[in-house]
Design a protein. Structure first.
Length: 247
């Protein structure tokens, strides 16, 4: 049973964790685990403040709960903040890291934790039938991504910032979430094409974006797009979101 906590740009306060812990009752699920996401996807790739993310872990531990970090884009937070990954994960029992996303591996991720935890994770993997043979080729791609594509994440951040600045000036864009890393999320006005229609229009122009709600769009930068691709994206958006565009 998941109990989601509302927070600003995907980041909640330690006090909210305390309030969200269910009372001990046979009529209610038992609170067992607190999860955070670094960076916060729905918050536009927001980076948690270090003190806040540590205090969330502290409050959880004081309540006897386990902690997990969804660090699919943890390395974006590392590059943006200059804080090492092992510092970000202090206080968290486990962490998930993707080697896809901005790091660019075509497939691959890891689950990190204590030796005992990982042993149990392997056991559960076998229990539910998850298995892959000859996976060394995937590990090799993940090693390559770590060795070669980590520092260049800052290029993605710069491109996302540039795109956000251009998008915010478009006539039919009503809100752009703050951009810290490589995700741009924005809302379009009622007289603009809705998100699904805008996705289709841009696809016709050879640009792929994602609908994130009825009038919300998400754009993600990565190593397969560059400044020229950013220009193509913005030109297509300007065509469909200008004031003289007929819906």
């Amino acid at each position: 049973m998941i109990h989601a906590i509302d927070g600003e740009n995907g980041m909640f306060e330690p006090e909210q964790v305390t309030q969200a812990i269910r009372p001990k009752s046979r009529y209610m699920p038992e609170s067992r685990l607190v999860c955070v996401e670094q960076t916060a996807n729905l918050g536009g790739g927001a980076v948690w403040p270090q003190e806040k993310i540590r205090n969330v872990a502290r409050v959880a531990k004081e309540a006897g709960l386990a902690t997990h970090m969804d660090g699919a884009r943890l390395m974006n937070a590392v590059v943006k903040s200059g804080i090492p990954a092992d510092t970000w994960t202090q206080g968290y029992d486990s962490c998930w890291i993707d080697f896809t996303k901005g790091l660019g591996a075509p497939v691959g991720a890891v689950l990190a934790g204590s030796e005992e935890f990982i042993h149990q994770a392997w056991r559960i993997k076998q229990q539910i039938g998850g298995s892959m043979r000859q996976s060394g080729v995937i590990a090799a791609m993940c090693h390559y991504a770590l060795d070669n594509n980590l520092d260049r994440l800052s290029d993605d951040h710069d491109l996302a910032t540039s795109i956000a600045q251009r998008v915010s000036a478009m006539d039919k864009v009503t809100r752009v979430l703050p951009v810290e890393t490589n995700i741009v999320i924005f809302d379009v006005s009622e007289d603009a094409p809705d998100a699904a229609s805008l996705v289709s229009l841009l696809e016709d122009d050879g640009v792929l974006i994602g609908a994130f709600g009825h009038r919300r769009i998400r754009i993600v930068t990565h190593l397969d797009v560059n400044a020229e691709a950013g220009d193509a994206l913005c030109q297509s958006l300007e065509k469909h979101l200008s004031a003289n565009m007929d819906v």
